[in-house]
Design a protein around this ligand. Structure first.
Ligand SMILES: Cc1cc2nc3c(=O)[nH]c(=O)nc-3n(C[C@H](O)[C@H](O)[C@H](O)COP(=O)(O)OP(=O)(O)OC[C@H]3O[C@@H](n4cnc5c(N)ncnc54)[C@H](O)[C@@H]3O)c2cc1C
Length: 316
């Protein structure tokens, strides 16, 4: 039998966590997982969903701050995030069902630390940090240092995530997240890839970040893929088919760069085989999905439109 208390502020939540309670936000991982027999409910639980101020999205002083309790549905509804972090919207749009997106939070997704979580790759590409508050105060941890293994983080048991923060992207930036899935809803990533690029006025890539999910024990960046993109210039017409790796001029330097980046992602992958896909299929798809994510990010960086994918969330 679990005991449950509800925290009305961060200090109360941290105090309960210091006494051994585990935080629950939307419960779509913790509670649903327990119901499905993945792991028993913790003996002591602290509800954090009513803490004021943790569901806010704010853009100030060059920083985008997304409260840990922000739901995937709220991320999708945010015009500020649509402009600044379209790759994050790609991810939140395909999390579970309407009910999952209404209840599931960004903080829960990040702190659950699944290697297949959807928001991880785009957040990593946006250079996001987790804002953690514990009894000793608040600290900021880069996501690459936060995730330490499947289901594990470097946060102490008494540290509450208050928010995720990332720099406001400049003009000429674009991001995207693409996942390989077998159906449009209620799916988890077979393979996922995020990309973030910045282009200068002449269409040259000046910043490139690429991350893969469901391919390694911890979602990670792929430096070789990023190097393949750096300094490359878009073709004169700059056209890239949306959500496709078919760059207009197949022999252009950018097409070559996409090929090289996809290959680098496949080489970085150390996937498992399970009922959903073999390791060799996941590796082959890593190249394809990574190319598509980069192509979509490049398209957005040039002002082109790539619709947020798959889910029918917009038809509510
Ligand atoms: C049907 C279904 C479909 C799903 N589909 C997807 C999917 O497509 N993609 C995907 O990525 N995920 C999916 N999920 C998983 C889940 O919905 C998401 O990970 C969601 O964002 C979790 O948020 P939550 O608030 O419900 O987390 P909770 O279950 O409340 O918490 C998850 C974990 O994070 C910890 N935690 C939560 N908030 C904090 C905080 N602020 N500080 C410190 N620790 C915290 C909890 O202690 C727990 O360990 C699905 C789940 C279900 C049930």
């Amino acid at each position: 039998m679990s005991t449950y208390v509800e925290a009305r502020d961060v200090a109360a939540a941290v105090a309960a966590m210091a006494d051994g309670a585990r935080p629950v936000a939307g419960g779509t991982d913790l509670v649903v997982g327990a119901r499905h027999g993945k792991a028993p409910l913790p003996e002591s639980i602290v509800g954090i969903h009513r803490i004021p101020g943790l569901s806010e999205i704010a853009v100030t002083d060059g920083v985008v701050r997304i409260g840990a309790l922000t739901s995937h549905a709220a991320i999708l509804a945010s015009a500020e995030l649509a402009a600044a972090t379209p790759g994050l919207l790609d991810a939140s749009a395909i999390v579970g069902s309407h009910a999952t997106r209404a209840n599931g939070t960004l903080g829960g997704n990040v702190m659950n630390a699944s290697p297949a979580m959807d928001t991880g790759a785009p957040l990593l590409c946006h250079d996001a940090v987790a804002v953690l508050t514990g009894p000793g105060g608040t600290r900021r941890v880069g996501l690459a240092d936060l995730w330490t293994g499947p289901g594990r983080t470097s946060a102490s048991a008494d540290e509450l995530m208050e928010a995720v923060e990332l720099p406001v992207p400049p003009a000429g930036a674009g991001s995207a997240y693409v996942r390989l899935q077998y159906r449009r809803q209620m799916e988890i990533a077979v393979v996922g890839a995020g990309a973030y690029v910045e282009l200068d006025d002449s269409g040259v890539v000046t910043v490139a970040r690429v991350a893969i999910s469901a391919l390694t024990p911890v979602i990670c960046r792929v430096p070789a893929a990023e190097e393949a993109l750096m300094g490359r210039r878009l073709g004169t017409n700059g056209s890239i088919s949306s959500r496709s790796d078919a760059v207009s001029a197949q022999t252009s330097p950018m097409a070559d760069a996409l090929q090289a980046a996809g290959q680098a992602a496949a080489e970085a992958a150390t996937p498992i085989s399970d009922v959903r896909a073999s390791a060799s299929y996941r590796t082959a798809m890593a190249a394809v999905i990574t190319r598509r994510a980069i192509a979509a990010a490049l398209t957005r960086a040039t002002g082109g439109t790539v619709a947020v994918p798959a889910s029918d969330w917009s038809q509510r």
